[in-house]
Design a protein around this ligand. Sequence first.
Ligand code: IPE
Ligand code: IPE
Ligand code: MG
Length: 229
Amino acid sequence: MEKTPNHIGIIMDGNGRWAKQRGKIRSFGHKAGSDNVDRVVSYAFSKGVRTLSLYAFSSENWARPKEEVDELMRLLEVYFKKFLKKVLKNDIRLFVMGDISALSSKLQKIIIDAMEKSKNNTSHVLNIGLNYGARKEIVTAVKKLIKENKEITEQSILENLYTAPFGEPDLIIRTGGELRLSNFMLYQGAYSELYFTDVLWPDFDEVELDKALESFSKRKRRFGALEEE
Ligand code: IPE
Ligand code: IPE
Ligand code: MG
């Protein structure tokens, strides 16, 4: 009786250190990291995961050197273009959570096009956190409710987060060894199971995902109540 998480969030961390270990510049690690996304997405979906939320660029990552940010944006353009075909063929809905208005108009267009073309796909959701920060997401949701003169409740906030149509992550994985959430899905993750691994993102393969899934399958989720006998 294996339990598979319906929705997994992944904080894809460790690209820079992966490159450093090989005596290369950080961008080399970002390239390897972006190549790894396809492998993990395909495997997770083949295992019955319906929604994947991947943290690609945080609202705090703008603080990095311009060359690194530029390279990450370039890789994102390549990624979205390259994966659109695959997404459409495999009935995947591609979605971006985050404030895309700060991105280049070229990247915004690519993203909007991909979201539009895949919006009716229902088998899987690939949700990419891009210029995403959970605190800002919560503030934006609350401001919207106030503006619309709506009641502020736990449920109404939940319904106004980017992820409203996809629900809350059952499992959040962080690669790269840091034991923190770095502003990722703070509201939706209130009861997510957490899995941390030292494995750096470019090395996080099928075997590593299996370990996370196995760990999840052994967890007892109580949501504050008592375990059933
Ligand atoms: C994660 O890898 C990718 C992004 C945050 C964009 P890092 O670039 O943070 O890699 P480390 O943590 O420095 O190794
Ligand atoms: C979190 O990683 C953001 C992404 C993986 C996109 P960071 O490397 O930015 O997180 P900190 O700075 O170590 O908290
Ligand atoms: Mg990092």
